[in-house]
Design a protein around this ligand. Structure first.
Ligand code: 5RP
Length: 242
């Protein structure tokens, strides 16, 4: 028997394809951002071409452009404030379905869209699974006004939880900071293992100047994890869970 190792892209696509199976006619969908979510949008585009009717809200301008190009019917949360399902990627996840997101810089819109959805499901390759969140630097979206002060505040809050690490403002080019779709900075916080993500999430949310952070807790209902042996699901895909 020949064993063919799946590439990372093939795994991402397999997770996306498995999640697409849960999409039904007439659904209102949130579309995530990133390379894994892009596979989902691509596969969804093919189903739409074949007649599937869905109405979608993208989580970034990048995803909007991709979906538009594929002829997927789009809306906004102002026009369609409640969604059935959001499918998005993640930078890390643990066994309790807690996530780090924002590697692609879209965490604010991703969180708003996920929170507006009855269910959020995550698609990822198995390399994103961790025992403890934090190997991936936590992205924190920060208003440009007073950003240096906000950074110091983040440092103090993290230190209070025993988290010490480098905080780096994300750059788009050597002399140009990265700006999110909302016009904010991203600070990538390399804290290492985050033993109490709930506490960190709560404290970061209280800092004036922090627009949002990449800890997604209590949002994902299921994760489609693609590995060498196929796609495994953790959580509940029935849509009836909490
Ligand atoms: C974008 C995100 C992405 O979902 C996350 O970065 C994963 O991306 P990829 O699928 O390319 O690994 O949070 O803000």
């Amino acid at each position: 028997m020949t064993v063919v190792a799946l590439s990372a892209e093939a795994m991402k696509r397999a997770a996306a394809a498995a999640a697409l199976e849960t999409v039904t006619h007439g659904m209102k969908l949130g579309l995530g951002t990133g390379s894994t979510a892009a596979h989902f949008v691509d596969l969804l585009g093919a189903r739409v071409r074949d007649g599937l009717e869905v109405l979608c809200v993208p989580t970034s301008e990048r995803t909007r452009a991709q979906a538009e190009g594929l002829g997927i019917r789009l809306s906004t949360l102002d026009e369609t404030p409640e969604l059935d399902l959001t499918v998005d990627g993640a930078d890390e996840f643990d066994a309790r379905l807690r996530l780090i997101k924002g590697g692609g810089g879209a965490l604010l819109r991703e969180k708003i869209v996920a929170a507006a959805s009855r269910r959020m499901v995550v698609i990822a390759d198995a390399t994103k699974e961790v025992r403890t969140l934090g190997a991936f630097p936590l992205p924190v979206e920060v208003d440009r006004f007073g950003a240096r002060s906000t950074q110091l505040h983040i440092e103090r809050v993290a230190r209070g939880l025993g988290l010490i690490g480098t905080i780096t403002r994300r750059m788009a080019a050597p002399d140009a900071p990265y700006l999110t779709d909302g016009g904010h900075y991203i600070f990538d916080c390399a804290f290492g293992a985050i033993d109490a993500p709930e506490a960190l999430a709560e404290r970061l949310s209280c800092i004036p100047g922090v627009v949002d952070h990449g800890l997604f807790i209590g949002l994902a209902k299921a994760i489609f994890i693609a590995g060498a042996k196929g796609v495994r699901i953790i959580g509940d895909i029935s849509g009836e869970g909490p």
